[in-house]
Design a protein around this ligand. Sequence first.
Ligand code: AMP
Ligand code: ZN
Length: 116
Amino acid sequence: MSADPHCIFCKIVAGQIPAEKVHEDEHVLAFKDLHPAAPFHALLIPKEHIPTLNHLEEEHDLLMGRLLRAAGRVAAAHGLGAGYRLVGNCERAAGQEVFHIHVHILGGRKFGWPPG
Ligand code: AMP
Ligand code: ZN
């Protein structure tokens, strides 16, 4: 899927709106969440526009592996050695608001279980 001109995260990938980037490579981008829910809160996205986890195809397996491996890199680079939480909201009932796949990387505090 190519970029969606109406998608806010595609606009961040394209540099059309600003973001505080914490990681970038050829395939994925991570940037600080505008409304942090923890002392460290970044969003990790594939640069390719894929609306939800339910839209993933086999051709995306390598990309999503890269994305998850980047999560660990971001966490390590930001001192989250004690632990961190990854959250992926899929569809509205789970709280997804931006329909471009993203994984929240949260750290710097304790997290309860089960999540709210
Ligand atoms: P979700 O509810 O899982 O779709 O998460 C969307 C997240 O994107 C929320 O935590 C928002 O605070 C965050 N967000 C929305 N727009 C921006 C933006 N322009 N820059 C950074 N974070 C954003
Ligand atoms: Zn997008």
